[in-house]
Design a protein around this ligand. Structure first.
Ligand code: HDE
Length: 709
């Protein structure tokens, strides 16, 4: 019979964690910290008790059961188990930054809003950018609207301008929002596709909702695949009111214009970026701000009165319509600069609570039914997401101006009124009092009518502005819209839905409808959809609607990817990188090994990526600095050929030194192909870099038969 051994005798040797010498210190807030002598603070429990061993839970014997006395383990696991809060029902994936808004000149003639009273006045700001449909962990380059939510901590309370990067919306009445979002998000039985509108439910709903057609043109354009959060516009969407000290109201539409111009990527590129770097947009914003390249937007306003509204072609309360900038030019009134990343993503970006109803005195609402529905929804959602009514106690949501009220108690109350009196009126003279002069007064608009569920006639034209958007695009942008529609509808399994969509397109632009039908392989064209109002053919194109027309003037803020090998011409590399830096752009080096290369002068140069890890979709333009000795190996490297072939098919500028020509050839590219394939040094690195400001050679696109050409 085998001899029984005790558990203890089989046990591995037990080691005891070293406990550093400690000394008690009292922190500035009066709390006790235990600080290791001259070293890091001592780890404590959430109750402040010092922890001796954070590696091993408390157990009976080396191989025995854990014991309930282990309050440190219990608290640690308990807290971890409760780390998640519900993600936002829409706009779940987001990224935020701090900054400030600076007023150019007093706007007192139009508004009494404190932040617009004084020239040069600065107001702290927090901005959260987001995608709409995807879950929190989805990829940044989904084809989707981007949220552009701005919280301005004014001296008279927080003002949240909760906008998007597109100035119109899908629906005219908030009651349809749950249907729209259900249809857009993953289908409920199968839970896919995620972060994509390319599926039956979305297009089924859309094809039954003609009011969405203007928005459809916008979301099928490159606006929904921005190159960077820094290179996109923001819009308040709805008509709001400015109200001055005399209680006079002016209607207003808000626009954020990026200082570095607009830029989007190509669809084929977006798909690849999502694989190469799903955090592409966050990484871009993080690096720009951390390196001191603070992104900036100008706030511009379209101001108009009732007379303009009465004479305008469309109803200014209809959120599916714009007022073209050529008809009513926006006026610049200030700038927004983002200059600081949050210290903690969860505390700030995740817990920030934007609410359209947060407006300071001097800003008011219009009767846009979508806006009014939103004013109802946003407070509600915070309660669910943040778990109680005291979310304004969180630092990111708290006002930065003095505030005083009698709201008290509730979950996680971190501030309660002090003293005996917690009601108003009171005879003690304690506590805050209302102020008829300083307090918020709603604009006394006169309203009348019969209570009914209805949609006004003035909202009935669903196609004219969709057409105007389409005809305002440049040729490559029109091609991209046709390709995006084709791609999305090709993922729709039900032929009747595809046909219904094309029947709407016939009301927008016949050529567009025919192109999409032909690319989808229709055997017969459907009839145009019934339209409540015929499409107006007389609306003038608005060049302001094109991204290409509003592109940057220079390469500033963009990124060049330079493929280098051992023996790289150091003079050329130094000249190129100096020219890029001089342009206020950045560069990254891609090499066969991330450890780096030995340059022509024998110096060692570190790389940022190995070729597989740094595909050209991550860059706005590329340069090939390959030595004659290295070319034979690199032409056989598939990732190097993809690097250059992708840059070419995405219509990017390509600079090359002579010895790189075999790589171009192996990727099927003629080195004299077009004005975007340029020899280096050629006219010198600076001349090459100044060409890069054009960003893309879109004329190349039809011939490379890109998916979106
Ligand atoms: Fe939102 N929207 N929305 N929305 N929205 C939310 O609020 C809602 C709409 C927008 O970064 C939710 O805190 C309704 C238009 C942004 O935290 C929710 C309707 C525009 C963000 C909500 C709309 C927006 C949200 C979800 C139809 C552009 C993200 C989480 C009437 C002008 C803010 C939250 C952030 C978020 C409701 C339509 C922009 C549920 C009912 C139009 C940028 O309250």
């Amino acid at each position: 019979m085998a001899k029984k051994t005790s558990a203890a005798s089989q046990a591995p040797k037990v080691t005891t964690a070293t406990i550093h010498d400690q000394k008690l210190l009292r922190g500035a807030g009066g709390e006790l910290h235990q600080i290791a002598e001259g070293k890091a603070p001592v780890l404590t429990t959430a109750q402040g008790g010092p922890v001796a061993d954070d590696q091993n839970s408390l157990r009976v014997g080396p191989r025995g059961p854990l014991v309930v006395d282990d309050f440190h383990f219990r608290e640690k696991i308990f807290h971890f188990d409760h780390e998640r809060i519900p993600e936002r029902v829409v706009h779940a994936r987001g990224y935020g930054a701090h900054g400030y808004f600076e007023t150019y000149e007093s706007l007192a003639a139009y508004t009494k809003a404190d932040l617009f009273q004084r020239r040069g006045q600065k107001t702290p700001a927090f901005v959260r950018f987001s995608t709409v449909a995807g879950n929190k962990g989805s990829a940044d380059l989904a084809r989707d609207v981007r949220g552009f939510a701005v919280k301005l901590y004014t001296q008279e309370g927080n003002w949240d301008l909760v906008g998007n990067n597109i100035p119109v919306f899908f629906i005219q009445d908030a009651i349809k929002f749950p249907d729209l979002i259900h249809a857009a998000k993953q289908e409920p039985d199968r839970a896919f596709p995620q972060a994509q509108t390319a599926h039956d439910n979305f297009w089924d709903f859309i094809s039954l909702t003609p009011e969405s057609m203007n928005m459809i043109m916008w979301i099928m354009s490159d606006r929904t695949i921005p190159r960077s959060l820094r290179f996109m516009e923001g819009f308040g969407v709805h008509t709001f009111r400015l109200v001055n000290a005399k209680d006079e109201s002016t209607f207003v539409k808000f626009h954020w214009k990026p200082k570095l111009g607009l830029q989007s990527v190509a669809w084929n590129e977006a798909v690849k970026i999502n694989g190469a770097d799903p955090d592409f947009h966050r990484r871009d914003l993080w690096h720009a701000i951390q390196s001191g390249n603070f992104p900036e937007w100008e706030l511009q306003v379209q101001l108009f009165d009732q007379k303009f509204a009465d004479n305008f072609d469309f109803d200014v309360l209809d959120p599916t319509k714009i007022i073209p900038e050529e008809i009513l030019p926006p006026q610049p009134i200030g700038r927004l600069v983002l200059d600081r990343m949050p210290d903690n993503f969860f505390a700030e970006t995740e817990q920030v609570a934007f609410m359209t109803q947060n407006v300071p005195p001097g800003i008011d609402f219009s009767n846009d039914p979508l806006l009014q529905g939103r004013n109802f929804s946003y407070l509600d959602t915070q309660l669910k997401r943040l778990g109680g009514p005291n979310f304004t106690h969180l630092p990111i949501n708290a006002p930065k101006c003095p505030f005083a009220h009698f709201q008290q108690d509730g979950h996680m109350a971190m501030r309660n009124p002090t003293g005996r009196v917690n009601y108003e009126p009171n005879s003690s003279g304690e506590g805050p009092r209302e102020s008829p002069t300083r307090g918020y007064r709603h604009f006394p608009a006169e309203e009348q009518g019969t209570k009914a569920r209805l949609r006004p006639e003035s909202f009935a034209d669903h196609y004219s502005q969709a057409r105007q958007f389409y005809i305002s695009q440049t040729a490559p942008e029109q091609r991209h819209i046709a390709s995006a529609l084709t791609f999305e509808l090709s993922k729709v399994e039900t032929p009747a839905i595809r046909e219904r969509m094309v029947s709407h397109l016939l009301n927008i632009d016949e050529t567009l409808a025919n192109t999409v039908a032909q690319k989808l392989g229709f055997r017969a064209m459907p009839k145009p959809a019934d339209a409540a109002v015929p499409t107006r053919q007389d609306l003038a194109p608005s060049p302001a609607l094109s991204i290409v027309e509003r592109g940057p003037k220079r390469f500033e803020g963009r990124k060049l990817g330079i493929l280098i090998t051992d023996g790289v011409d150091i003079k050329l590399l130094k000249g190129l990188t100096a020219a890029i830096t001089g342009e206020k752009a950045v560069f990254e080096l891609i090499a066969p090994k991330v450890g780096g290369v030995k340059a022509s002068d024998g110096t060692w140069i570190q790389a940022h990526h190995m070729i597989d890890g740094g595909p050209s979709v991550l860059f706005d333009a590329v340069a090939l600095l390959i030595s004659a000795d290295a070319i034979a190996d690199i032409v056989n490297e598939a990732a190097a050929r993809d690097f250059i072939a992708d840059a070419f098919q995405h219509c990017k500028f390509i600079g090359y030194d002579q010895s790189a020509i075999p790589l171009l050839e192996k990727a099927g590219i003629d080195s004299e192909r077009d004005e975007g394939v340029l020899p280096l040094p050629g006219d010198g690195p600076s001349a090459f870099v100044s060409e890069l400001g054009k960003l893309r050679i879109w004329d190349r696109e039809p011939s490379v038969k890109l998916g979106n050409a």
